[in-house]
Design a protein around this ligand. Sequence first.
Ligand SMILES: Cc1cc2nc3c(=O)[nH]c(=O)nc-3n(C[C@H](O)[C@H](O)[C@H](O)COP(=O)(O)OP(=O)(O)OC[C@H]3O[C@@H](n4cnc5c(N)ncnc54)[C@H](O)[C@@H]3O)c2cc1C
Length: 467
Amino acid sequence: MSSSAHEVVNGGVSFWYADDGLPAVREPLAGDADADVVIVGGGYTGLWTAYYLKKADPGLRITLLEQRFCGYGASGRNGGWLYNGIAGRDRYAALHGRDAAVRLQRAMNDTVGEVVRVTEAEGIDADVHRGGVLEVARTPAQLARLKDFHAHELAYGEQDRELYGARETAGRVRVAGAVGSSWTPHGARVHPVKLVKGLAAVVEALGVEIRESTPVTEIHAGRAVTPYGTVRAPYVLRCTEGFTAALKGEKRTWLPMNSSMIATEPLTDAQWASVGWDGRETLGDMAHAYMYAQRTADGRIALGGRGVPYRYGSRTDHDGRTQPATVEALREILVRFFPALAGVRIAHAWSGVLGVPRDWCATVTLDRSRGLGWAGGYVGSGVATANLAGRTLCDLVRLDSGAAGPTELTGLPWVGHKVRRWEPEPLRWLGVQGMYATYRAADRRETERHSAGSSRLARIADRVAGR
Ligand SMILES: Cc1cc2nc3c(=O)[nH]c(=O)nc-3n(C[C@H](O)[C@H](O)[C@H](O)COP(=O)(O)OP(=O)(O)OC[C@H]3O[C@@H](n4cnc5c(N)ncnc54)[C@H](O)[C@@H]3O)c2cc1C
């Protein structure tokens, strides 16, 4: 029996909250206040920034303002791939030279270890398993892309990456029709909500004032405005990723792109025997409309991909509800990958928003003349990148305030990057819908034709996307 959409819990923010419980919401802001630093947004970016600032200077008065509760956004909904990918690296190589991009990549490699180190040091149990990342190819065109990708990553200094044929791939995870894969050790599986909840608790214990149910409506130099009062501070840091478009003046800054996920019920031992996956690598593929998945600590498969990619006017979802058609599309991917799981019940489905800049490059910036900072635009690679961003924002604030000098992080090429804004509607909506329809068509064509070249359609979509 296949699961029909009505049996599936849809939304409730995410499966991870169904698993670990929704948090008790902290008190909102109780009137005007002053601070040394105000942080807007309680996802990984805001929390890591608060963490490193407070560690560097325990006396700093930091207020973090969160519209709902910490982890309400992508940080409480993601696929739990803690890995070394960063959006925009190749563009940074073109703009700043290869050495600069290699430094950025090395910083990302180290970031995976840094997150694991802090979870251990602070006693955050986030179901971390360091199994690396396995990316599989299932068609000749995907295999050609996989080999290019593999060579490209080696050239960025990942000498520990391995390329596998069909047999070695099946020895790790038995993905139907897999013809090859590329594995890197620079990745770990995490439980996103256990990480974000743990981090919020640690940050609060360090003395950061966290105010929840407190939406910031406007950000200006020196102040963040909310319905309950204004917090004044020399530094105001915007860490709102996919929700940024809702802030006054930011509608066309980063496009909120949807990604949706499903989680199966726990698989039986016999089902796991048919799948393999003993190394608990995070798993992805080389399709244009790619998938990503993890084996959860309680023995489920959580799998994601693009849902309806973008809602007109930069709207976001309601507490993670996704469309039934998306749930079915993800279930089909699951069964295509693992035909023996055709009867497995889908327990939960949800979606969230990513922030996508016009040039698809993640950035971290402090405008030193106004004390305004921001970090994000991570596209789909923010779990680790948010930590690097948090450490970098911390260093930028300390540099600007004279508390410390420049660091290796303040010199990375993604610092201070400027990007043009997205087109106004309806062009924005039409462009994104067209781009994803084209990626799906390119995947279908590559599967049907069994040719080794990437479909021209996908290259056209890349150009439209501005990648
Ligand atoms: C379904 C899905 C799967 C993903 N899978 C992966 C993955 O496996 N690996 C990976 O590396 N990345 C993944 N990502 C991306 C990753 O989760 C994000 O890049 C990362 O969590 C971003 O963290 P953040 O703190 O910048 O943003 P968010 O986690 O979105 O946090 C922003 C916070 O700001 C708050 N906020 C927004 N506006 C305001 C306001 N005006 N006032 C006050 N508060 C506000 C929000 O409520 C939210 O809590 C995925 C994303 C999604 C949606």
